[in-house]
Ligand binder design. Structure first.
Ligand SMILES: Nc1ncnc2c1ncn2[C@@H]1O[C@H](COP(=O)(O)OP(=O)(O)O)[C@@H](O)[C@H]1O
Ligand SMILES: [Mg+2]
Length: 241
């Protein structure tokens, strides 16, 4: 008999609570979310608009401070009712790759410069950063666009650059907020398949917010915000959402 493959947790959240405002304006967006995501897993995060998907990603990404609960990234506990480090920015830079819907490439930098910016900020030499960036751009079939400006690329190409950029600092976790929202169906499928390949090849956990049901079967599992908590569903269970 073969042994089950151990699934190493990359993200674990326990009893996470997030409130905005106070007094009469207090808004509890997340009310005790607990879940984990394993390395190599591509998980979709779904919920209606305003339900707290972006807020949840931003807490995991050490951008938004939770109200209470616990967050583990890899083997490190980073939040336990307070940040356990004064260096949340360092954790964010070193462990997390962000991909956003509007991809936010810096318009006055070339494709290559966009991808190498963060590694260079992290102290990687220009030569090393360039080499890794070219590898990534070639992996995504846009190597020949390295010296182009973002405005010279199509939407799909821009999104591939944004994914290459998110991978440039070899993150342990990728957080993607509606990365396919601006793309047509076939490009959306390409991007999601790419994210799955990255999850497996680089052994990273990927959480992807999506409103597009067509993307769900391409994911390993679905996390859904329901009643301000997070439930885990198989892709079959959400065929009707
Ligand atoms: N900085 C903030 N201050 C106050 N309320 C906020 C803030 N950020 C988000 N919210 C509120 O939290 C809720 C969840 O927002 P968000 O996480 O952006 O939802 P989603 O990404 O699922 O659309 C919304 O009601 C939003 O208005
Ligand atoms: Mg959002």
């Amino acid at each position: 008999m073969t042994k089950p493959i151990p699934t190493e947790q990359s993200i674990r959240v326990e009893h996470l609570v997030k409130e905005f405002g106070q007094g009469e304006n207090l808004l509890r967006v997340i009310d005790g979310a607990s879940f984990s995501v394993a390395k190599g897993e591509l998980v979709a995060l779904i919920a209606p608009s305003g339900a707290g998907k972006t807020t949840l990603l931003m807490m995991i990404g050490c951008v938004e401070e939770p109200t209470s609960g616990k967050i583990y990234l890899g083997s490190e506990k980073v939040y336990d009712n307070k940040w356990l480090t004064s260096e949340t920015r360092k954790i964010r830079r070193e462990k997390i790759g962000f991909i956003f819907q509007a991809h936010y490439l810096i318009p006055f930098l070339t494709v290559l410069e966009n991808v190498t910016l963060l590694p260079q900020t992290n102290g990687i030499s220009k030569a090393q950063a360039d080499e890794k960036a070219m590898e990534l751009l070639e992996y995504f079939d846009i190597g020949e666009k390295a010296n182009a400006m973002p405005s010279e690329l199509s939407g799909g190409q821009n999104q591939r650059v944004a994914i290459a950029r998110a991978l440039a600092n070899s993150p342990e976790i990728i957080l993607a907020d509606e990365p396919t929202a601006a793309l047509d169906l076939s490009r959306s499928v390409d991007v999601v398949k790419m994210l799955k390949k990255i999850a497996v090849d680089q052994n990273v956990a990927v959480i992807m917010v999506t409103h597009d049901d067509a993307m769900l079967p391409l994911c390993d599992r679905i996390l859904k915000i329901e009643n301000k908590k997070v439930i885990s569903l198989t892709t079959k269970e959400v065929s009707h959402v």
